[in-house]
Design a protein around this ligand. Structure first.
Ligand code: HEC
Length: 229
């Protein structure tokens, strides 16, 4: 998570240096990947991301990972409304340098809740936002994901390659649905255009396909966790 973000930031700095127009259209900043400050002897206790987004369609499994950094052995995480999501500790294997203690939420129904995370007498909160998705959405997204649309390639052509760019809930958990849609249709990621890809990543799915793609991506197994690709 951190290396990717640093790379993105470097690309960003390079682009500003070349005086390309900076884009405000990228929207909100993302929390994921903001590196916790571990320079001091006792790193600050924090959770990342602090805002989580997912969906639920009553048919597929939706997972949301998040991590606590700088926590002691007394670390505890509790979901306020367990009818919205359940929580299990998990292990992140995607980055050996990551020091987080990871949790995996499993969505149970649409709604909002929060996770209270405590360690060393300190408390952090994570808000959980689960949008209700129509049952038919997933199929339209899956179909577009795996097949070309006119001159536009299947998403799978790049993303399902070995080590292809990750857009599983590991990446998308801190990004609300409307922002995920904008990444797909504008190619703007973290405020900067996705470079060197066909059509500059400005895909034009119809509304049904776009809603379906968000559903499909939210239902992917988060990358980097045991038992998931
Ligand atoms: C030609 C290759 C290619 C195709 C086809 C493609 N993508 Fe991407 N996608 C990329 C690249 C490259 C990135 C940027 C990865 C990065 O910089 O971290 C990206 C990023 C993303 C992200 C943001 C992930 C993040 O880090 O938050 C999403 C979401 C996404 N793509 C969805 C899609 C969807 C949906 C489709 C099909 C409609 C699609 N992509 C088709 C190459 C592609």
């Amino acid at each position: 998570m951190r290396e990717v973000t640093s790379a993105v930031l470097l690309v960003g700095v390079a682009m500003l240096a070349c005086a390309c127009s900076s884009s405000d259209s990228g929207g909100e900043e993302r929390d994921a990947g903001t590196e916790p400050d571990t320079s001091g002897s006792t790193p600050d206790f924090q959770v990342q991301p602090t805002e989580l987004y997912s969906g639920y369609d009553e048919e597929h499994v939706f997972h949301i990972p998040f991590a606590a950094y700088g926590a002691g052995t007394d670390l505890k995480a509790t979901v306020a409304d367990t009818s919205v999501a359940s929580i299990e500790p998990t292990t992140f294997q995607g980055d050996p340098s990551d020091t987080g203690k990871w949790y995996m939420l499993t969505v149970k129904k649409a709604g909002k809740t929060k996770v209270t995370v405590t360690s060393g007498g300190k408390t952090k909160e994570v808000s959980v936002n689960v949008v209700g998705y129509d049952k038919n959405r997933y199929a339209a997204g899956e179909a577009r994901y795996n097949s070309a649309d006119g001159s536009q390639p299947p998403c799978a052509e790049c993303h399902s390659k070995k080590d292809g760019p990750d857009h599983s809930p590991y990446k998308l958990a801190p990004i609300p649905d409307n922002q995920v849609k904008l990444i797909i249709t504008t190619g703007i990621l973290d405020g900067f255009p996705i470079k060197d890809v066909q059509q500059n990543h400005r895909w034009t799915p119809n509304d049904e396909q776009l809603a379906g793609l968000v559903t499909y991506l939210r239902a992917l197994p988060p990358r980097g966790f045991s038992g998931t690709p």
